[in-house]
Design a protein around this ligand. Structure first.
Ligand code: HEM
Length: 383
């Protein structure tokens, strides 16, 4: 495992970076007709396969080590897929990934959590595919936004046992608000710093769907963590009985870390804070309930603002716009989840409407309930 780790941090990065620079020089997602590049692709497949094949003996005992090892095998498989090498992937990588995935109850492939949350830095560097500055910008920006979402979810998860008119809830809602403001700030920094072409040609292709054994697993995306769904459901902006939303959660279940699976299961049973606020406010709002309800409405606004930014300032300019110029044969598999881009974007747009409570004809959101709460607790705030 140590040798595999060292290789991923050294030669693997050098090979991938050299290939990416060659692709980028031609502004193409991949170049397949140059012998010197084919040799480098082959080195990735063969050297990585040999090191993975040499990982022997009993698997690491702790679930964390197992998950980290699955991430390392996943780096290898994702790079093999990305470079579309003629050299076949070493089957020992598939079988080790399967064994680890089964032991952990997760998809046997590399996912967002491996890259951001289970990726120990050594001498200032965590594992990456390349040494390109834009990859580091993308990973750090994503990771920070996820940590901020998790801070918001941690705070909101603690509200139900305390109740919505509790003075301690004021602090929890303030924490959630500042965390969601951070999400927007991190997303903005990412949107301003990341280079669109570098992302499209050199970073995105590592997150494609690929086979492990006989099964094709969908690609990784920065949304594969539970906190955002916990926030949706705890606030009451999304509904655990809405088939559209149920599908969002069910689909991502195998792609989140094991501890996030527990949280996803727990949150679908929780009564949303919006329902709790409305029930108490209907029977007469005291000053604490009023203060907390104002904060709650601000938290909902912040959640909507951060996600609307993702939709209009990240998804559209970094994926939809460059995809319009890409050759038709490169559009297959452009989305992490598999469906065509317009279908994925329509789903993200619906999530954006739900999170920002923007009603559309025939597709209602929590808007009327939020308006009702606002009118019950205040005559001045505007959600
Ligand atoms: C350049 C930056 C980004 C781009 C182009 C982008 C694009 C996308 C796309 C296309 C999807 C749908 C994946 C699919 O189903 O195929 C997605 C999902 C998602 N992304 Fe991003 N994303 C970016 C950064 C981020 C960041 C920083 C976050 C914050 C944590 C984030 C959070 C999410 C979430 C939560 C989902 C899952 C769907 C949902 O629940 O909303 N993304 N993203």
């Amino acid at each position: 495992m140590d040798r595999l780790d060292r290789w991923i941090r050294t030669e693997f990065v050098e090979y991938n970076t050299a290939l990416e620079e060659a692709y980028f020089a031609e502004r193409r997602e991949i170049v397949c007709d140059r012998p010197e590049l084919e040799k480098i692709k082959q080195a990735v497949v063969i050297e990585g396969g040999r090191l993975i094949g040499a990982v022997s003996g009993p698997l690491p005992i702790s679930p964390r080590e197992k998950y980290q090892l699955l991430g390392m095998v996943g780096f290898y498989l994702a790079a093999c897929r990305r470079h579309e090498s003629a050299e076949p992937v070493d089957p020992s990588a598939w079988s080790l990934a399967q064994q680890l995935g089964s032991a952990l109850g997760v998809a046997p492939r590399f996912v967002f959590a491996h890259q951001a949350l289970y990726n120990p830095a050594v001498r200032d560097r965590y594992q990456t595919f390349t040494s390109l500055a834009d990859e580091a910008v993308f990973l750090t920006g994503n990771g920070l936004a996820v940590l901020a979402y998790q801070r918001a979810a941690d705070a909101l998860r603690r509200v139900p046992p305390m109740g919505v008119s509790n003075p301690l809830t004021t602090y929890l809602l303030e924490t959630a608000l500042s965390a969601l403001d951070d999400v927007l700030r991190f997303n903005r920094d990412l949107g301003k710093t990341l280079d669109v072409d570098r992302f499209f040609f050199n970073i995105r292709p590592y997150f494609k769907s690929h086979r492990v054994g006989a099964v094709e697993y969908r690609g990784a995306n920065a949304g594969d963590f539970s906190a955002i769904n916990e926030i949706d459901l705890l606030l009451g902006l999304c509904d655990a009985r809405d088939p559209f939303y149920q599908n969002v959660i069910a689909e991502k279940y195998a792609y989140v870390a094991p501890e996030d699976q527990v949280l996803l299961r727990a949150v679908v049973d929780e009564e949303p804070l919006l329902a709790k606020f409305l029930r108490e406010a209907e029977s007469g709002a005291g000053p604490r309930l009023r203060q907390n309800a104002e904060l709650f409405l601000a938290v909902c606004r912040a959640h909507g603002a951060a996600y609307t930014y993702h939709h209009h300032r990240l998804v559209k300019p970094f994926l939809v716009a460059p995809a319009e110029k890409a050759p038709a044969d490169r559009l297959t598999g452009i989305t992490a989840s598999g469906p065509p881009l317009d279908v994925v974007v329509a789903g993200l747009s619906r999530l954006s409407d739900l999170r920002s409570a923007r009603d559309r004809p025939g597709v209602p959101t929590a808007r009327p309930s939020l308006d009702r709460l606002r009118s019950l607790v205040s005559t001045t705030s505007a959600q």
